[in-house]
Design a binder for this molecule. Structure first.
Ligand SMILES: *[C@@H]1O[C@H](CO)[C@@H](O)[C@H](O)[C@H]1NC(C)=O
Ligand SMILES: *[C@@H]1O[C@H](CO)[C@@H](O)[C@H](O)[C@H]1NC(C)=O
Length: 351
């Protein structure tokens, strides 16, 4: 299914498939071409799950992880270096590491299994390492070789991308959960053995979304050229920033308006949420964020849905249902009839 995509390195997973044809040994010296083939389907699946998580995390944001944003390699001319770029790199790299680690635990690879390197050692008050910890060390090493190899530049953008790839891997490690089992007479739990487990990938996504909001901007685009001194300055700057944090070089547009050159769709026509069960604070404010703050009106559209309901089983053997009509209201951003104050939108807001 990935093969049908045009042969451009747009998504990480097409990159991976493409690279498997134009194989370059230098990129994967440590694993070698054979290992490369063993892992490539996990890498592709991991990159895909990263993209799906990106779309989930940004479903109610002005920037909603459009396909155009998912260009990860340096092949594609125009590369942005804003906080959204940072998130895309981190979540893709986290997805790849996560999938490789989980597949390892599932026994998909001959050369890898549980991480039991600490088993038997004291872990903390009243517990010992034991059982089968997910082997993140393995996932980290392999994913690093695949994902970081896509970055071939040596400039500030390349350094930023590598930093954010690393932040994605740190996010997987940092969200792992300790799970324990009690031992002792009839479950008295006098001692416990514990191991580390991957969380749901959703949790990694939520963690990185917080890091996205707190992303640090570094000023490196001007000045630091491609000279040795410039590269030294870039390396020094990035070394001083924790690899748990996302980093960007440029400010983001506000994502209100369409810009075809940049592949931005704008928010006109987007759906937003108003009321509803279990809406979080972020979702409840989506109409203001997507429409109001962009100078657009919120348009209510009512619709009726018809579905089967009150189904009863009749002896024997038929199920009869009623047709229930339910009114639903949806909200969309639309161009206001009367532009307020003539301004198309309020500029300068954070996305
Ligand atoms: C690893 O996991 C992914 C998705 O969870 C799956 O598509 C893939 O086939 C798995 N196994 C291997 C050996 O790649
Ligand atoms: C789209 O963005 C580019 C680059 O920032 C800018 O030069 C151009 O004017 C924008 N186009 C529109 C229609 O806003």
């Amino acid at each position: 299914m990935f093969r049908e995509k045009p042969c451009v390195c747009v998504f990480l997973f097409t990159c991976v498939l493409q690279l498997s044809h134009t194989w370059s040994v230098n990129n994967f010296l440590m694993t070698g071409p054979k290992a490369y083939l063993i892992y490539s389907s996990s890498v592709a699946a991991g990159a895909q799950s990263g993209i799906e998580e990106c779309k989930y995390q940004f479903a109610w944001d002005r920037w909603n992880c459009p396909e155009r944003a998912l260009q990860l390699s340096s092949h594609g001319g125009l590369r942005s270096a804003n906080r959204e770029t940072a998130f895309v790199h981190a979540i893709s790299s986290a997805g790849v590491m996560y999938t490789l680690t989980r597949n390892c635990s599932l026994g998909d690879f001959d050369n890898c299994g549980c991480d039991d390197s600490r088993n038997g050692q004291l872990g903390g008050q009243g517990w010992l390492w034991g059982g089968c910890s997910d082997n993140v060390g393995f996932g980290e090493a392999i994913s690093k070789q695949f994902v970081d190899a896509l970055e071939t530049g040596q400039d500030a953008r390349a350094a930023m991308n590598l930093h954010n790839n690393e932040a994605g891997r740190k996010a997987v490690k940092g969200t792992m959960k300790r799970t324990c089992k009690c031992h002792g007479v009839s479950g008295s739990c006098t001692t416990q053995t514990c191991w580390l487990q991957l969380p749901e990938f959703r949790e990694v996504g939520a963690h990185l979304k917080e890091k996205y909001h707190a992303a640090l901007k570094v000023d490196l685009l001007q000045g630091a050229g491609n000279s040795a001194a410039g590269r030294g300055a870039i390396a020094d700057t990035f070394r001083s920033i924790s690899t748990r944090e996302l980093v960007h070089l440029e400010d983001s547009p506000d994502y209100c308006l369409e810009n075809k050159t940049l592949g931005l769709l704008g928010t006109e026509g987007r759906e937003c949420l108003r009321r509803g069960r279990a809406l979080g604070r972020w979702e409840r404010r989506s109409c203001r964020r997507l429409c109001g703050d962009c100078g657009l009106a919120v348009e209510e559209r009512r619709a009726e849905t018809v579905s089967s309901c009150n189904c009863k089983f009749h002896w024997c053997c038929a199920v009869r249902c009623e047709q229930c009509r339910r009114r639903i209201t949806k909200y969309f951003c639309s161009r206001a009839e009367r532009p307020r104050g003539g301004a198309a939108h309020k500029a300068g807001r954070k996305p």
